[in-house]
Design a protein. Sequence first.
Length: 208
Amino acid sequence: MVRILLVGATGGTGQAVRVMAGPAGHDVVALVRDPAVTRLPDATVVNGDARDVAAVSTALAGVDAVVSCLGVRIGQEPGTVRSEGTAALVAAMRAAGVRRLVCVSTVGVGDSVAAQSRPARLLWPRLVGRDRLAEAERAEAAVRGSDLEWTLVRPTRLVDGPDSRVATGVDVATGLRSQVSRTALARTLLDMVGTGAHLHRCVTVTGA
Ligand SMILES: NC(=O)c1ccc[n+]([C@@H]2O[C@H](COP(=O)([O-])OP(=O)(O)OC[C@H]3O[C@@H](n4cnc5c(N)ncnc54)[C@H](OP(=O)(O)O)[C@@H]3O)[C@@H](O)[C@H]2O)c1
């Protein structure tokens, strides 16, 4: 059993992680920024903003590992939540001595670009937004520059749907139509937390 701090627990992927963590034998502490949300099914809620190191530190008490599904919802300005929140998370984990971090990023950053088809390389930044991708790059840099036991997970387009087979790896080829369900992504994140797989790697995850 791993006691997991889940960041982004109210989002699409975070909800799936929450629901699947119990049956996988894990316990979840959810960091939730909305103070009106004091209870969630399948998790113990700690209220706080991901950018607030003190709040994250409180949430880390008794935790073995962190899964971050932090993000800015589609249609909202990317801002700096992702980079600042991830940097705060890394700082709080280092201070608390919590080592394992499985952090959701996105395909289309870093060396995953080289494995994208030519149309995807051209159009993905326009579809997602260059600012959003730049934010993801900054968040990744905060993780990669740390001495934590990290894995960065780069999903293709996220869709709602059932669990399904995924391809996971550093060199997985992706195209404009590549997608993965949030359920399958959540299961993959939980597998990584449980096994310590893909340590110090940035891995693409897409539906197989
Ligand atoms: N959509 C795609 O096709 C796609 C593709 C590749 C990668 N991704 C990435 O995959 C990840 C998961 O995506 P998703 O669509 O499942 O997520 P989502 O529904 O956008 O959820 C984002 C989560 O982050 C939380 N959050 C935002 N700002 C916060 C803050 N300051 N403090 C604490 N929590 C905060 C949100 O809380 P609230 O409920 O309070 O807003 C929510 O729980 C994201 O990082 C996204 O960028 C998405």
